[in-house]
Design a protein around this ligand. Structure first.
Ligand code: ADP
Length: 402
């Protein structure tokens, strides 16, 4: 009996023990599952967070790049929405369009007078796409490109604005330069052709005529040589290949050396030349280059002064002795006021009839442009004062020497 009870108790205990084990195993299993799921969720969460972080970084970097791009680009950038309201514009666009007011206003108002609206309307319309046009305002030229942004439901437009004023000016200058050279070459070449034709006819016995024709041919050849020499000078100076080597030199020596070759022409025209230059005055100059300046200015003065005229070359200290100012004064035909601002331009001649009046001493229109380049390369300034019919005075400055 006791044994049976004991046996039952043992069975009960075994059952309880077994049940307990099962419960523990089930609980362990449940815990493990929950733990696994939590870990998977945590892993997913971490991956998600990392993806978000990477996306955020990508967005920030793209935004940074865009900001840097719109900052450094020399183009103006303007964004407008579907209603034509400006939503963004970089500083360059503000500069170019001279915008002082806030954005978020119609493009028509923000960029008043630039006529950009039709371009934007074109790309904002159904067709979308892109368009471009060159717009001129207040003598400035702008190349404007417009591209559509977004889709049909939410369209906007991006404008890129590039100033092309300088580019157009350079293009024009190049075309004018070529036209001017051709023009300057045509006259002496045509004259030489005519002289050669005349010589080839039966005139060789007429010694006087032959001498005259040859002398005229020499004049035309001199003119061609002057043109090619001056073109070469200008090309070297403008490309920076004619470096200025400054030395301290007496002003009087510079002037005397420069005018020596012109003495025969001065005598032929019976032009009186005075020089007023302190003998101890020194300047810092590239002697060869400055001799060219003095010679060009003096040559012009004698060219545009009638026979028996008067030329005065002076040099005075300026700026408490820091600079020296040279002046070359004539009492010739003078220069009309309207031409004064342009005479230092390449190929500029006041008018062709006056130039013809200079007879054999016709010029190329390059002398003053070369003189200006040389003086400015010395850190000096060149200028002119003139009264038509009375005469002209050309001034230029150089730094003082020792
Ligand atoms: P050019 O070779 O024709 O003399 P420059 O460049 O030296 O060319 O001068 C430009 C123009 O300026 C001349 O064609 C002339 O019309 C005018 N000019 C220059 N110097 C004088 C002057 N001393 N008197 C009158 N006109 C001058």
């Amino acid at each position: 009996m006791t044994n049976n009870r004991q046996q039952k108790t043992i069975n009960d205990l075994e059952f309880l023990f077994g049940a307990a084990i099962l419960i523990i195993v089930a609980l362990l299993f449940l815990w493990w599952r929950t733990h696994e799921r939590a870990q998977a969720q945590a892993r997913q969460g971490a991956e998600h967070a990392a993806r978000l972080h990477a996306l955020e970084q990508e967005r920030a970097s793209a935004q940074e790049k865009l900001a840097a791009f719109t900052h450094i680009t020399s183009d103006g950038i303007v964004q407008v929405d579907a209603n034509g309201l400006v939503t963004y514009m970089n500083d360059r666009a503000r500069d170019l369009l001279q915008v002082t007011n806030r954005v978020e206003r119609p493009l028509r108002e923000v960029a008043w007078g630039y006529d950009l609206q039709p371009l934007v309307a074109q790309v904002l319309s159904e067709s979308g796409g892109a368009t471009s046009q060159t717009i001129v305002k207040d003598e400035r030229a702008f190349h404007v490109q417009v591209v559509a942004l977004g889709d049909e439901n939410k369209r906007g437009a991006l404008l890129g604005i590039t100033e092309v004023t300088e580019l157009q000016r350079l293009g024009r200058a190049r075309r004018e330069f070529v036209a001017n050279i051709s023009h300057e070459l045509r006259t002496p070449v045509a004259s030489l052709q005519l002289l050669a034709d005349t010589l080839s006819e039966d005139v060789l016995d007429n010694k006087e005529l032959v001498t005259d024709l040859l002398s005229r041919a020499r004049t035309q050849i001199d003119l061609l040589k002057q043109l090619t020499d001056e073109l070469m000078d200008l090309a070297l100076i403008e490309s920076g290949q004619a470096p200025i080597r400054l030395v301290s030199i007496f002003a009087v020596d510079l002037v005397n050396d420069a005018i020596a070759p012109l003495r025969p022409q001065l005598e032929r025209k019976q032009i009186a030349l005075e020089t007023h230059i302190p003998p101890d005055m020194e300047v810092l100059a590239d002697p060869q280059a400055i001799r060219k300046v003095i010679s060009n200015l003096t040559h012009n003065a004698l060219k545009f002064t009638p026979n028996e005229g008067r030329l005065v070359i002076r040099a005075v200290w300026h700026n408490q002795g820091a600079d020296v100012e040279f002046s070359i004064q004539d009492n010739g035909i003078g220069i009309p006021d309207k031409d004064l601002p342009r005479i230092f331009e390449r190929f500029y001649k006041v008018d062709r009839s006056r130039t013809r009046a200079a007879g054999d001493l016709r010029g190329t229109g390059l002398g003053l442009a070369i003189a200006r380049h040389i003086v400015e390369a010395h850190g000096g300034k060149i200028s002119v004062a003139s009264v038509e019919g009375k005469g002209s005075t050309f001034y230029f400055t150089l730094p003082s020497g020792e």
